[in-house]
Write a protein that binds this ligand. Structure first.
Ligand code: PLP
Length: 388
């Protein structure tokens, strides 16, 4: 493999060898369908049951409250569509925020097209949703509030407990949180957060891609979106991804076991990155919350630089990173998250996200800190973006 410094753990993570080892039997000899009555099938069923128990214990819920899905996108869609469709008799108003992942934002748009009303709460300059503002937005016909636990582009951790408290005080709406970025990084016990639904994805925490879960508290009225067999207690049809589910539970177990150690390591690397970048590059600014942010997440804006060009420079030098902007029909579009923080378009185009993982080392961080200032200076010398 070409040597590369991987600094994009918010996009995805390498599979942990322990996770692969746990999955291997179910990718080879133990290939049974968990619905089959013979031994091979029943062993697959037992593996799923055990995985469900472990995931439930991690979140502090009952096993029957865990629905395995194909990942974060499905979990978010399932939560928004499933709650709205099943509870339209109680009301047709949904609240979310302007900085959610597209899986939530696109689902909210689909709800609008189906006749629901959606309120998108703004955030402050650091990406925080204000509980008082949520309180004012809640109405008697609000059926769902969906606010993410932590943001993928700017790392900000939302005050979920306070947001849930306000929701409970003022309404009977359900509360969903997208915990795709927070699971395995910071405590996400549902009995502590107080939410009714939570979605997550295994590949963000050294698990396999294409598997996740939606945790749904007992009593929550949710319409299944995937129709077919009676899998997942009739809530999500489809032959179970046994190896993926086993891998997801193993990844969660490892994250929980190593959380204190990993947090110390990740935080030290993140803080070195933040201090290094802000100290060495004039016109650099940290985006997201300075304190309440994910332990592995550093995100910046560079004045007078296009984030996409910086990514290419980094790639040529062997660094994998990310910028929130995306190329849509030939023109560069700034991230909706950075725009929601209140930055003008030109400034928002200069975003860079560096997200570290447990495999990164101090010397890798020093390497990127050595190279980045020169890249930014070179791009500034040739960039078409005005620094205004
Ligand atoms: N929600 C957030 C906050 C994410 O960061 C992502 C992935 O980037 C998703 C949802 C989608 O998850 P998945 O890749 O499992 O579909």
């Amino acid at each position: 493999m070409v040597s590369m410094v991987y600094l994009d753990h918010s996009a995805t993570t390498p599979l942990d060898p322990e996770v692969l080892q746990a999955m291997m039997p179910y990718l080879t000899d133990e290939f049974g369908n968990a619905s089959s009555v013979y031994g091979l099938g029943q062993r697959a069923r037992q593996a799923i049951d055990q995985a469900r128990d472990e995931v439930a214990a991690y979140y502090g819920v009952a096993a029957k409250e865990v629905i395995f899905t194909s990942g974060g996108t499905e979990g978010d869609n399932f939560a928004l569509q499933g709650i709205a469709q099943r509870n339209a008799d109680r009301g047709r108003h949904v609240i979310t925020s302007t900085i959610e992942h597209d899986a939530v934002l696109r689902s909210a748009e689909a709800l609008e097209q189906a006749g629901f009303e959606v309120t998108r709460l703004p955030v402050d300059r650091t990406g925080v949703v204000d509980p008082a503002q949520l309180g004012r937005a809640l109405r008697p016909d609000t059926i769902l509030v969906s606010i993410m636990h932590a943001n993928n582009e700017i790392g900000t951790i939302e005050p979920i407990r306070e947001l849930v408290a306000v929701t409970r005080e003022r309404s009977s709406a359900y509360f969903h949180t997208d915990a795709v970025q927070s699971t395995g990084k910071i405590p996400t016990r549902i009995d502590e957060l107080g939410v009714d639904l939570l979605s997550m994805s295994a590949h963000k925490l050294h698990g396999p891609k294409g598997v996740g879960c939606l945790v749904v508290r007992s009593g929550v009225r949710l319409l299944p979106q995937m129709l077919g067999g009676g899998h997942e207690r009739n809530r999500r049809a489809g032959t179970e991804n046994v190896a993926g589910i086993v891998g997801l539970a193993k990844a969660i177990g490892i994250a929980q076991r190593d959380m204190a150690k990993n947090t110390a390591h990740l935080t030290a690397l993140r803080d070195r990155l933040i201090v290094g970048v802000l100290g060495r590059i004039p016109g650099a600014e940290l985006t997201g919350h300075p304190v309440n942010r994910l332990p592995h997440h550093a995100s910046f804006l560079f004045e007078g630089v296009e984030g996409e060009s910086l990514l290419l420079q980094l790639d040529m030098d062997g660094f994998a990173a990310s910028s929130g902007s995306a190329c849509t029909s030939g023109s560069l579009e700034p991230s909706h998250v950075i725009l929601a923080l209140g930055y003008p378009r030109e400034r928002a185009l200069g975003s860079l996200r560096l997200s570290v993982g447990k495999g990164n080392t101090e010397s890798e961080i020093e390497l990127v800190l050595d190279r980045l200032p020169g890249m930014v200076a070179r791009l500034r010398a040739m960039t078409p973006i005005s620094a205004a």
